[in-house]
Ligand binder design. Sequence first.
Ligand SMILES: Cc1cc2nc3c(=O)[nH]c(=O)nc-3n(C[C@H](O)[C@H](O)[C@H](O)COP(=O)(O)OP(=O)(O)OC[C@H]3O[C@@H](n4cnc5c(N)ncnc54)[C@H](O)[C@@H]3O)c2cc1C
Length: 345
Amino acid sequence: MDDVAIIGAGLAGLTCGLALQRAGYAVIWLDKSRGLGGRLATRRLHNTRVDHGVRYWAPSHPKLRSLSQQLVEQGVLQPWPVQRYQQQQGRLVPQPLAQPVYSAELGLNAIAKALAAQAEPQADGFYRQHRAIALQQTDAWQITCETPEGSRQLSARAVVMALPAPQILPLLADQVAQPQLAALRAVDYAPSLSLMAGFSHRLDLNAEAWMIEPARSSPIDWIGLDSSKRGADAPPALVLQSRADFAALYLDAPDLQTAVPPLLQAAQQVLSDFSIPTWWQIHRWRYAFVQRAYPAAAMTFDDRPLVCCGDWCQAPDSAWRNLDAAYASGIAAAEAVCHLISVAP
Ligand SMILES: Cc1cc2nc3c(=O)[nH]c(=O)nc-3n(C[C@H](O)[C@H](O)[C@H](O)COP(=O)(O)OP(=O)(O)OC[C@H]3O[C@@H](n4cnc5c(N)ncnc54)[C@H](O)[C@@H]3O)c2cc1C
């Protein structure tokens, strides 16, 4: 039996597990996906790669800033010389960047791969395509997982659930008390759609790397020239990320392709020489950005060796959001687990 099973290998889960390994615990990670990193997501398509989750890497947390430096030295990250524009009264107005912005030539998912490479033992601790579907606490925790080969049981002394709160709820529904379930239910996420689109002509816009924040009336929240992260010869590709209210209209649409024409039309209102892409793919993020957080850096359940974390856990006095919040929460969860295991009978 392992000491700690981390369910969810996004930034929060990876951070938590690595901190626990440094403290001497045996850790395994389970993730429902084939890859690691969660919303640090990159898709390979049409002879290129596209970041369809996190837009760019610009952390504020001092520990993540030093990680940026390490990853630059390792060649994983590069400064992204991006020009930021805001659409104001139909014009694209250049804006300053608040902080240095990084991208990864192989896609931002490379950050998750670099973190996973720090784990011990490197390959054995990661159970990919393992979707946790039930939890039971006996002497230890029994975790039932769905895998491509069928159902599988894993056990551990402690469990960390590093998932969006709405994905934790069904797993803990018959495990924890009503007030804790109510606190999980109170967490709210905004959805987003990411449209990835390729073009046969250059899309320079007076800058080789650019991103645009369209006017508030647009269904598009953000457009980035994704191909400018991939080197000079990369085929031109954009990522368009929708606003939450637009995504909400399509969350349960049987055919997500119906969201594509209105997004392409909206892009034409932002980019004057916008033409129909040569290819596109669209992805639905049901839990993209935290709207209402849980007011602590991690969620604990009295003395039980069970901790929840993720970007939705934000201490009331904390300035951390999104990736910074996921990181801070992963560290807080690791500290909580160390305490809980040390007091366990
Ligand atoms: C389109 C988009 C753009 C964004 N852009 C930015 C940005 O530019 N900057 C920024 O700071 N933040 C951005 N964010 C937010 C950022 O991605 C998140 O705050 C952060 O990645 C959350 O990390 P996490 O580890 O908490 O969760 P996640 O990354 O969601 O990780 C959760 C993991 O749990 C796994 N999982 C879920 N259910 C199960 C289960 N039952 N069993 C096993 N595994 C399971 C998932 O596969 C996933 O790997 C963006 C998000 C989106 C969607």
